[in-house]
Ligand binder design. Structure first.
Ligand SMILES: Cc1cc2nc3c(=O)[nH]c(=O)nc-3n(C[C@H](O)[C@H](O)[C@H](O)COP(=O)(O)O)c2cc1C
Length: 432
């Protein structure tokens, strides 16, 4: 372990509706319609708050996905979903993902700031650019624009949104005339208790990281190894500094897939049983999507061919996340497994996030190690099955972290920006 560093680790939960594993819906603790049950969502919010967690995250997905590779093919729109949870909680931050490719900046700025007001300043926008032709077809496009173009639009989009949020405080009109947007006017929504929603970003390609360094206050990252996480952590912090910001203004939280048990054996059994209860094709489908190559064409007992690792089969049209792809390829290069070994070892579930199977005590060791190594500011934890995985985090992991001086005993503020950036002032219009 490297030198201790002061401060508290940040903990978010990537809710993924029922859990990250495709068998999550089979939990006897769930009802058929839990994902639309206000009681289910209230319980998640309250449990997260019981653990004084920083935030709970929801991904978006403006398309109906294939259950063969999406554990949660049905879901609600995140700001609406979190609206219900805001009403029954007081402290926990609420992060909603929304696309810059398929939204309008004025409309989204208004919706997010309105929602932030009603949460009492606990809202965050997780900015993504969205991948996949199926999403594009819902918006009258045959396919998503190329990644570079999506990020060009994202960059201007976020400038418009921030200008509109600033205008809510100053009353000045926004006069924006750019390549993608023309906006003249202002919102009639007032600033929230935290000024405006916290800005998260997810997407680890060079353009994604550049955008994070310029504007993000939080990054939802995808890291498979500690070394890689340290490298990316330093990169984004440096990019923030290059943009005249304090590196401390951008917090980095990679996802971490969890199966927990009271002994290591129990955790492994739980993980095995849940994986075995899911569809066998799941890993192969996800891997294909993530690396941009039809993995069913690979020889199962051979290592991954170099050309498959080097680039997607069609780099021009590869729509997956480059950030995820880079993590997966680095892991394969390091351990050099055959395709069969890789699928067996990783039980690849499609995200490019590292997995952890063990006890809450061991998880606390893992978090402490990555935190003190300068790899993370915190983790966005992703339980296999949320309904019984989240209480273990709130009631067992958090007390261990508290004893080690790594986590708060109670909320010290009641805004999300306060939780994440304790010590940083609420942004004033001049600093936006
Ligand atoms: C950790 C993480 C979470 C993401 N969550 C979403 C999401 O909820 N919705 C979405 O459309 N894209 C999501 N993405 C994908 C990207 O933001 C994006 O849509 C795109 O493919 C660009 O990613 P890239 O910069 O890694 O290439 C996520 C990416 C990462 C790394």
């Amino acid at each position: 372990m490297t030198d201790r560093r002061p401060g508290h680790v940040l903990l978010g939960i990537n809710v993924l509706v029922l859990g990250y594993l495709p068998a999550a819906w089979q939990s006897p603790l769930l009802k058929k319609d839990s994902f639309v049950d206000p009681g289910y969502w209230a319980e998640i919010g309250r449990t997260a708050e019981r653990g004084t967690l920083d935030a709970i995250f929801l991904a978006d997905g403006p398309l109906l996905t294939d259950p063969a590779y999406d554990a949660n093919p049905v879901r609600l729109e995140p700001t609406v979903n979190w609206g219900q949870v805001a009403a029954v909680t007081e402290h926990v931050g609420l992060v909603a993902t929304a696309s810059t490719t398929f939204n309008d900046p004025f409309e989204l700025a208004e919706r997010l700031l309105s929602w932030d007001n009603l949460t009492g300043g606990r809202a965050a926008w997780n900015l993504v650019t969205t991948r996949g032709a199926a999403a594009a077809r819902n918006f009258g496009l045959p396919d998503v624009p190329l990644r570079e173009d999506r990020y060009e639009r994202a960059s201007e989009f976020v400038d418009v949104v921030r200008a509109l949020w600033a205008s809510a405080a100053t009353g000045d009109e926004v006069r924006h005339h750019g390549e993608f947007f023309d906006v003249e006017g202002r919102l009639r929504v007032p600033p929230s208790r935290q000024g405006h929603p916290v800005l998260f970003q997810a997407g680890g390609s060079p353009k994604g990281r550049a955008l994070a360094g310029r504007v993000a206050e939080g990054v939802f990252a995808a890291e498979l190894t500690k070394d890689q996480a340290i490298e990316h952590y330093r990169l984004v912090k440096r990019l923030a500094r290059d943009n005249g910001r304090s590196p401390d203004e951008v917090k980095i939280l990679p996802g971490l897939l969890l199966s927990l048990g009271s002994t290591e054996d129990e955790a492994r059994r739980r993980s095995d049983e849940l994986h075995d209860a899911g569809p066998a094709s799941y890993s192969l489908q996800w891997l294909s999507q993530a690396i941009g190559y039809d993995a069913s064409k690979l020889e199962l007992d051979e290592p991954f061919p170099e050309d498959v690792l080097a680039a997607p089969s069609d780099p021009q049209t590869f729509q997956g996340s480059l950030g995820f792809r880079e993590s997966i390829v680095a892991q394969i290069r390091r351990t050099k497994p055959t395709v069969r070994e890789y699928l067996k070892q990783t039980r690849y579930t499609g995200s490019g996030h590292a997995g952890f199977v063990g006890t809450p005590e061991q998880l606390a060791d893992h978090i402490e190690d990555w935190f003190h190594s300068g790899a993370i500011d915190g983790f966005n934890l992703q339980p296999d099955v949320l309904v019984d995985g989240l209480p273990v985090i709130a009631d067992e992991l958090v007390p261990i972290l508290r004893k080690r001086g790594l986590y708060r005993h109670e909320y010290e503020t009641d805004t999300l920006r306060g939780h994440l950036l304790a010590g940083s002032p609420t942004p004033s219009p001049e600093t936006l």
